[in-house]
Every structure is written in structure tokens, then in C-alpha cells.
Design a protein. Structure first.
Length: 566
RNA sequence: GAUUCGUUAGCUCAGCUGGUAGAGCACAUCCCUUUUAAGGAUGGGGUCCUGGGUUCGAACCCCAGACGAAUCACCA
């Protein structure tokens, strides 16, 4: 069902066509300037050709002001009837411009730059060309002198579902995505400059490996096998290190079939990098250098506001081992405790645990509950328990720990890195432990990837690998509280199809219709009784019939009568 | 998954104790030649999220459902 405004626009469209104007012309439109160039280099009297969307229009008789928005911003345009129509025929202004154009249409404009009396840089239109007609009205937010936004288009659901509209009317949304793109190219440039190779590895994987997560599953018809959408690309990148590359990285879309909230989308982007002959200590230096460089390139500063916090990405970042972090925050030194002692600590601290958790998992729980959220400034948490990290080398000094770090920022994990496990026999055993977990019902335990073990058997040099969540990094650097704000098209439930046409009468309407269409005219109360419907059903039915112009309720001296309209 | 709040015109939102739905912007008609969110006059526009129920009467009360947001839980 079209709204009145949409119907009017379709009529205007037809009138334009009848008048001989093609509302969707094919040919290229050559511009001389972007809006920003005109404003940055004001040059009174300069002839310019611009193009964009008509976003505001104020008609005041023979003159009108408008605003054209192009990809670089907005600029005011001035339409004067006698400039546009120097001859007798004033159609171009009076009819084409005033009556048949609408807000949202794309126009090409040839004109001259000047400043209005109020001092705003403006293009006086000499000729305008319709480049594309818009049939739906855009929301029209306005900003007043005090910076208040009126009629803001700010319903998150509508904004995400119609991101194209969001981008047109909310400039700051565009800024976020421009920044996202800059962050990614800055990171890519940094990695390329270090001499590492950007690669692409399979998204459809027969064995989803490299992380603990539930995968999406699909099916390949001609092979007749299940395939999984990748949850990580770690195992493939490490195969490439086996193959002899010095360093490889990939910006990877990963997919995890888990809950959605403001920090989790089913598909998200991770950058993973693996560098031969390095360890996790080297990777810490590398990571902080990369992040500092990106901040300076994209923001011009290492200082970032994230919510109420000020975060500084200036090197060096704080480093602390997980056990030291726990000691610092709880006063408990777990380093020499056994499992039952740690379990007692959990109880004392009020950390919820269950019987299936081993020593490592207990330590991880304590850290997650008591420490994680307090690391606002970038901090490397190092040396995780071995059970939590089946792809990571055991610590050189302590076999219960691994050479692993996570980078915490604003109380959240941003990056995760290892000295990669390259002992094939150890790797196979760790996989087998995961299988035992799976048999116990852990639906996130890893599958055994025999080919990956085989690759390690051919020999992988010592390697350090790191994964960094791009969406989360963008959230931090753009100070956005939700992942949906940094994804163009966040996953959403499908729109309901309740808009399905209701041309036919409902059951209740049909009952009323059957009676009144034979009698043509009758008393309302009598009709209602004859129908035998409940009050609500009657009320809805008769109102709906009235709206569809099938019946009409007429008030008379004696009461109400219902009339059937042919 | 739990709790709370919300869903009314194209957009942003009012709508009291239940009594036939309102405003601003946008739209339409007319007037207006340099305006700064908003010039003037007039007018049109509604599945009050959906379905039931209570009631003489429901946008409003009750039940069920859909969708969304926030918080929490779970999860990287």
C-alpha cells in the first residue's frame, strides 16, 4: 500500500515523462566540482557543474533555496525563476522545479558560485538536469542553531534495516565507515611494509578449526559432504608457514553460530597474522607498534575516548601474567596451588564453578570474573593455562602454562596471540583431549584436523601468530558502543511479511458483507445481531468495510443505518 | 535465555480516569526574488504492531503473540 506522498511522486514521475523529461537518463554527467571543493576554495563568480541529491528545498515565490548533497558533503543552491527561464516560458521553474521535483531526487546543476547576504557559499543555478527520481520520501532531520537535532532518524532497527537511508541523512554514520576503511588500509599498509604476504584461505572448510566456537554447517551437493563456514583461519595460515612463507596474514570474515548482542554478530572480521622464527614476546612488540601506528595515521593521536574512559594506545603497553593479575586483584597467589586449593579460592571469591572445570578453566574463570574488566588501558595478559589453549606452545618455564597473550582494552579482549605449537605429537594429544571434551558434551570443543597434524609432521618453524578483532578495534577507535554501528548490514531477523495484501475480506467481514450486500440498506443494530459476531469482531469488521468503501454507516434520527455501496 | 521498557501519520513524538485520534516537520493548493531547524494561509493524510477477551464503548484495561531497545546471563 503506497502512502499519499508516494502516490504523488509517482504522478510527478509520469508528468515528467509526458513532458519529455527522462527521469532516469543513461548518459554520464560530467561534474567540475565536489561540494567540498567549492566551499574550501570560494571563488566568486566561478562557473561550476555539480551533482547530488536534493535534500532541502525552500520555495519563496520566484526564488528558492535548496541543498545538494554529494559524496563529499552539502552545498546550498539558489534557484531564481528569471535566471533559469530567461524567456517567456517559465515552465522549467514554475512546473518542473516547483511541482515535479521532490526532496531526494538527484540533480545535475550548472551554475555560478556566490555568497548570499547572510554569507553562505551558494551556487546560483543556471540550468538543472534531473538525473534520477526518488519515489520514497527521506526522513528530514534538521539541526538548529544550538545543535539540537529535530526529527532525527534514530530508530536503530530502521537505521540498520535501511542503512542506505541512514547513510544519506546521518552524516556521522558515514564517517564511522570511512574511518573503518582507513583503519583497515592502515593496518594492511603496515603489514605490507613489514614484508608479509596477504593471502586468502578457504571460507568453506571440511573441518572448522582454529577456535572454540559453534560453526555454521552447509552441504556441498556434488561432493555430497558437509562443509562448514570457517570460525577462524589459523590452521590454514600455519600450513602456509610450513610451506615456507616468512609471514602471512589475512583479513578474514569468520562465522560463528552463537548468540547475538551488541558485541557479537554471526559474521565478523578478524585479521590473523603468522610470522616464522618469532615468539609471543616479539608479537607483543609488533602488536603495540601496529596499533600505535594505526592510531596516529587514522586519528592523528594515540588518545581515544571510549565511552567514559580515555584510552591511550601509546607504546609500550603494560604486560602482566594472568597469575600476577589474579594476585594483584584478589591477593591470592595461585602459582603453587593444586586444583582443590584453587577451587576453594573460587568459593571464597564467589566465582561460580562446576565439577567439570579443570585447574586451567578455574583460573580462567577467576580472571574473567575478577580481573578482566579492570584493564582499561591496553594491557597484555600473558601465560594462560594450558587447557585453554590447545594450539599454543607450552611455556618455556612452566609446562602448566602456555606462551600466549591476550590484549585487553577497555576491559575487553582485542587481540589474542601465541607462540604457535609446532610439536606434532603434542598437537595430536591436545586435539585428542578436545575430543574427550566433545564426548563430555562440550559443543565448542575442536575437531581433530589430521591434515594439519600431518603438516606439522613435515616441520613448521617456530612461529608466532596473532588475531585481532577488526570490528572491535573499529568500535574502540570510533567510540561506538555496539558492533551494529560498525557493520554496514548487521544481521537481523527477517522483516515480517505481515504486509501481505489483504485485498480479500476477512471471515468476519465476509459474514457482514453477505447480509448487507443482499439487503442494501438496514438498521445497524439489526445487522449486528444477524451477524452473530462479538462486539470486537463486529467493530473491526464494519470499520474495515467502511474503509474499503464497501459500506457506509449513516446517522439518522432513529439511530444508525448501514448502507451498501455498489 | 531472564527482567524492564517500548511499538500511534513519510519522520520525531503527545494522547489524562476507557468516550469516534493530535502537534511539529514532510506532503498538497495559493501568496512571497538572498533564506539559516521552523515565512503566511488553507487542506489532505492513520491496520493506534497482530489476534483474542472485558465493556454500551478500547490507542488506553486483561490474555496470548510479533518486533525492537536497555540491563543481566551465556558466548569469544
Amino acid at each position: 500500500m503506497l502512502s499519499e506522498q508516494e502516490l504523488i511522486r509517482r504522478e510527478s514521475l509520469q508528468k515528467l515523462i509526458d513532458y519529455g523529461i527522462n527521469p532516469y537518463p543513461a548518459q554520464e554527467f560530467n561534474r567540475s566540482h565536489f561540494s567540498s571543493e567549492i566551499k574550501e576554495n570560494f571563488n566568486e563568480g566561478e562557473k561550476v557543474i555539480i551533482a547530488g541529491r536534493l535534500l532541502r528545498r525552500k520555495i519563496q515565490g520566484k526564488a528558492s533555496f535548496g541543498v545538494i548533497q554529494d559524496s563529499k558533503g552539502k552545498i546550498q543552491v539558489y534557484f531564481n525563476r528569471d535566471t533559469i527561464c530567461p524567456d517567456e516560458n517559465k515552465d522549467q521553474y514554475n512546473t518542473v522545479f516547483k511541482k515535479w521535483l521532490d526532496l531526494g531526487d538527484f540533480l545535475g546543476i550548472e551554475g555560478v558560485v556566490f555568497k548570499t547576504m547572510v554569507g553562505e557559499i551558494t551556487v546560483e543555478v543556471q540550468k538543472f538536469h534531473l538525473l534520477s527520481k526518488a519515489l520514497k520520501p527521506l526522513p528530514m532531520p534538521k539541526v538548529d542553531k544550538d545543535g539540537n537535532i529535530h526529527d532525527a532518524f534514530n530508530d536503530p532497527e530502521l537505521r540498520y534495516r535501511r542503512r542506505y537511508v541512514d547513510l544519506v541523512v546521518n552524516e556521522q554514520v558515514k564517517d564511522t565507515f570511512v574511518k573503518r576503511s582507513k583503519i583497515m588500509s592502515s593496518m594492511r599498509n603496515f603489514l605490507n611494509a613489514k614484508g608479509y604476504l596477504e593471502v586468502e584461505t578457504p571460507i568453506l572448510q571440511p573441518i572448522p578449526g582454529g577456535a572454540a566456537a559453534r560453526p555454521f554447517i552447509t552441504h556441498h551437493n556434488s561432493l555430497d559432504i558437509p562443509l562448514y563456514l570457517r570460525i577462524a583461519n589459523e590452521l590454514y595460515l600455519k600450513r602456509l608457514i610450513v610451506g615456507g612463507f616468512e609471514g602471512v596474514f589475512e583479513f578474514a570474515k569468520d562465522f560463528r553460530n552463537e548468540g547475538m548482542d551488541r558485541t557479537h554478530n554471526p559474521e565478523f572480521t578478524q585479521m590473523e597474522i603468522y610470522v616464522a622464527y618469532k615468539d609471543y614476546k616479539w608479537m607483543m612488540n609488533f602488536t603495540e607498534e601496529m596499533l600505535e601506528t594505526i592510531c596516529l595515521e587514522v586519528l592523528g593521536t594515540t588518545e581515544v575516548s571510549i565511552g567514559d574512559n580515555k584510552v591511550n594506545f601509546k607504546r609500550p603497553f603494560k604486560r602482566i601474567s594472568m597469575l600476577d593479575a589474579i594476585k594483584e586483584h584478589t591477593g591470592h597467589d595461585l602459582s603453587s596451588m593444586n586444583e582443590s586449593q584453587i577451587r576453594a579460592v573460587c568459593k571464597e571469591l564467589g566465582v561460580e564453578v562446576n565439577e567439570t572445570m579443570g585447574k586451567g578453566k578455574l583460573i580462567d574463570e577467576i580472571f574473567g570474573e575478577k580481573c578482566e574488566s579492570s584493564y582499561i588501558q591496553p594491557t597484555f595478559i600473558t601465560d594462560y593455562p594450558v587447557e585453554m589453549s590447545p594450539l599454543c606452545k607450552k611455556h618455556r618455564d612452566n609446562p602448566e602454562l602456555t606462551e600466549r597473550f591476550e590484549l585487553m582494552v577497555n576491559g575487553k579482549e582485542l587481540a589474542n596471540a601465541y607462540s604457535e605449537l609446532n610439536d606434532p605429537i603434542d598437537q595430536k594429544e591436545r586435539f585428542e583431549e578436545q575430543v574427550k571434551l566433545a564426548e563430555k558434551g562440550d559443543d565448542e570443543a575442536m575437531f581433530i584436523d589430521h591434515d594439519f597434524v600431518r603438516a606439522l609432521e613435515y616441520g613448521m618453524p617456530p612461529t608466532s601468530g596473532m588475531g585481532i578483532g577488526i570490528d572491535r578495534l573499529v568500535m574502540f577507535l570510533c567510540n561506538q558502543p555496539s558492533i551494529q554501528e560498525v557493520l554496514f548490514f548487521p544481521q537481523m531477523k527477517p522483516e515480517s511479511k505481515s504486509a501481505s495484501k489483504k485485498l480479500e475480506l476477512t471471515e468476519n467481514e465476509q459474514i457482514i458483507y453477505d447480509i448487507i450486500s443482499k439487503r442494501k440498506l438496514m438498521d445497524l443494530v439489526e445487522l449486528k445481531d444477524l451477524c452473530g459476531l462479538s462486539n470486537k469482531q463486529w467493530d473491526k469488521g464494519i470499520k474495515s468495510l467502511g474503509k474499503q468503501n464497501i459500506t457506509k454507516v449513516v446517522k439518522t434520527d432513529t439511530g444508525l443505518t448501514v448502507e451498501y455501496i455498489q
